[in-house]
Design a protein around this ligand. Structure first.
Ligand code: PAF
Length: 282
């Protein structure tokens, strides 16, 4: 497995792979890797000749007062995990290799970027789209892999790919959960033992909303999810929503409905969702 740190080096490595006739899959990450990320790498390995994984804590997607400085950074551990999962090239750039100091371009996806996560984290999806567009241009993969846990991110990026005509397929992989239902997240590392126990309420809330959503009563589903989130002292809900899985607007007749929750648990802001059409693993 190769580790490269500059835009020139990643272009050159991918060019050499292409010359050998290899197909390329990209897994963008911010490090702090867990089994969820590794499931993306394994899937990418099944579907491509070579897998490029980027590790880059993207400052553009963190708002003032968010956890940019606290975000887990352990390159040595991440690299070992990636080697075991079958990554071929790891791209670990410093900030200036990705975002020039005088950067004047921001990629914005309107509409679905402005609700739920977008409403609670203004500018977040602009930061995500800008860095992912840059990574797509540096690597030029056939396929790029993202986790369903960030369902809105995946929907926003799908829209960006369609609107800007990036020549690649976006592959969304199932959420990986702990046996007790907690969705794996790099931010789970912020939780104390008691907060870890409280965090299980996010999945409980989604499960409580599910039968109501399946019966078509989305208002009742949202109320029930909020009620369940509030049963856990120390958990401060941001939202509990039933939305159309593609537009993130109100559920549409015959469309796929996604249940999504976000809450603060101690120092961590956690998100989770259930898409009844998507299988999950634990
Ligand atoms: O999901 C993430 O870890 C990040 O938002 C991503 C896609 C790597 C962009 O920085």
């Amino acid at each position: 497995m190769k580790i490269v740190r500059t835009a020139g080096a990643i272009r050159e490595e991918v060019r050499a792979e292409r010359a050998r006739g290899s197909s390329v899959g990209l897994v963008p990450t911010m490090g702090g890797l867990h089994e969820g990320h590794l499931s993306l790498v394994r899937r990418a390995r099944e579907e491509n000749d070579v897998v490029v994984v980027s590790i880059f804590v993207n400052p553009l997607q963190f708002g003032p007062g968010e956890d940019l400085d606290a975000y887990p950074r352990d390159e040595e551990r991440d690299v070992l995990l990636l080697d075991g999962a079958g990554a071929g090239i790891v791209f670990v750039p410093p900030v200036e290799e990705v975002h020039p100091e005088d950067r004047a371009t921001t990629v914005t996806v309107g509409g679905l970027s402005e609700v739920l996560e977008g409403a609670h984290r203004p500018g977040h999806f602009d930061g995500v789209c800008t860095v992912v567009a840059k990574l797509f241009n540096l690597v030029g993969p056939e396929r790029a892999y993202f986790g369903q846990k960030d369902a809105q991110q995946a929907a926003v990026l799908k829209r960006m790919i369609e609107d800007l005509g990036f020549p690649l397929d976006l592959v969304v992989c199932p959420i990986v959960r702990e046996p007790d239902g907690l969705a794996l997240s790099s931010r789970n590392a912020y939780l104390s033992a008691s907060e870890r126990g409280q965090a299980k309420v996010l999945f409980r809330a989604l499960q409580a909303g599910r039968p109501l959503a399946e019966a078509g009563d989305y208002v009742a589903a949202e109320k029930e999810m909020l009620r369940v989130l509030r049963t856990e002292e120390g958990v401060a809900p941001d939202y509990a929503a039933a939305v159309d899985a593609d537009t993130f607007g109100p559920p549409l007749p015959g469309g796929r409905v996604l249940l999504a929750v976000a809450a603060r648990v101690g120092p961590a802001r956690l998100i989770d969702n259930i898409d009844p059409d998507m299988e999950e693993t634990s």
